[in-house]
Design a protein around this ligand. Structure first.
Ligand code: GH3
Ligand code: MG
Ligand code: MG
Ligand code: MG
Length: 303
């Protein structure tokens, strides 16, 4: 029999207004999967916002918000769209089943529930979901350093630019470039250069504490940070912290004319996006600021 890989137990949310149904589904699934319960549609949405389960077993008929409405809401929201929803329902009419598919169902199980069918449908959809998650993570990670890649940065920049354009919040970005890194490679070798980039990436990531700040490898020895809800002064302060954090790694760079250790230059930019503005404007500002930091001697942050 197929089993889920042991390193990651699937997290299943069971939604039903009848506690006896929840107990029954729990009894079938709890040995293999991590099972959570909600007794109303509202509770289910709240749980999904905060906990992102890997799969949802959803009752159709519930007082208040019914299962179809819950499913539609989950499918409208970018953050919860990818969670597969299996409806569990007593309805047998074709129209009822059709309504579930239209709402965005991944699958359908009839009541009374056959435990074996239920378990195997859950397993099949979970395996697919976890596989997709793994592929997605790979598609958006930089292969060398493990931080976000350029694609994720560009996507996130576009999304945050639009979001801030609506909310009126400022958006900041940092363009970070390792100083005289060509000389580092020439002196220590390309492999040591790779190790250096990994350490720099990790330090940048560890220093940005807010969960919505993003560090990405923008290319070569350049990293970009996206800092939502941050103005120029805030961004400059963070840039300076990052510059000091990289210096504090004290990675020897004997051939650097800047310092005896690895340093970075940082271009800082922040603006309040117009609702129909172009995110390339922020990138341009950060690039120009980075150019100034380089031009004025490196190992510094410039607005
Ligand atoms: P500057 O202070 O003006 O930025 O000087 P620099 O030498 O850092 O700039 P330049 O753009 O001339 O060189 C960047 C170097 O970064 C050249 C390239 O070999 C190195 N580099 C880019 N990507 C990688 C990588 O993935 N691994 C290693 N080891 N080196 C890389
Ligand atoms: Mg019900
Ligand atoms: Mg460069
Ligand atoms: Mg450089």
């Amino acid at each position: 029999m197929h089993k889920l890989s042991p390193e990651r137990r699937g997290r299943v949310l069971v939604v039903d207004d009848q506690p006896i149904n929840i107990r029954m589904l729990h009894a079938v699934l709890a040995e293999e999967f991590e099972v959570f319960a909600a007794t109303s549609g509202e509770q289910a949405l709240e749980f999904c916002r905060n906990n992102k389960p890997d799969l949802i077993l959803l009752d159709v008929v519930m007082p208040g918000m019914d299962g179809l409405a819950v499913c539609r809401r989950l499918k409208e929201d970018q953050d919860t769209r990818a969670i597969p929803v299996i409806f569990v329902t007593a309805g047998t009419l074709a129209e009822e089943e059709n309504a579930c598919w239209s709402a965005g169902a991944a699958d359908f199980v009839s009541k009374p529930v056959n435990p074996l069918t239920l378990r195997n449908r859950v397993l099949a959809h979970l395996q697919f979901k976890l596989h997709m998650d793994a592929l997605q993570a790979m598609a958006f990670a930089d292969g060398l350093t493990g931080v976000a890649n350029r694609r994720l940065f560009d996507d996130t920049l576009g999304a945050e630019f639009r979001r801030c354009g609506r909310s009126g919040e400022p958006l900041a970005m940092l363009m970070i470039d390792v100083d005289v890194f060509k000389r580092y490679n020439d002196h220590y070798g390309h492999q040591a250069g790779d190790e250096c980039l990994k350490r720099v990436a990790l330090a940048l990531k560890q220093h940005l504490k807010r969960p919505y700040d993003l560090v990405a490898r923008y290319g070569g020895e350049e990293f970009a940070c996206l800092l939502p809800d941050t103005d120029e002064a805030g961004a400059l302060a963070i840039a300076e912290e990052l510059r000091l954090a990289i210096a504090a790694l004290a990675i020897a760079h004997a051939d650097s004319p800047v310092a005896g250790h690895v340093t970075i230059s940082v271009g800082v930019a922040a603006l309040r996006p117009e609702p129909d503005g172009d995110s390339a404007a922020l990138l341009r500002l950060a690039d120009q600021a980075l150019y100034r930091a380089k031009h004025e001697g490196r190992d510094r942050c410039r607005l």
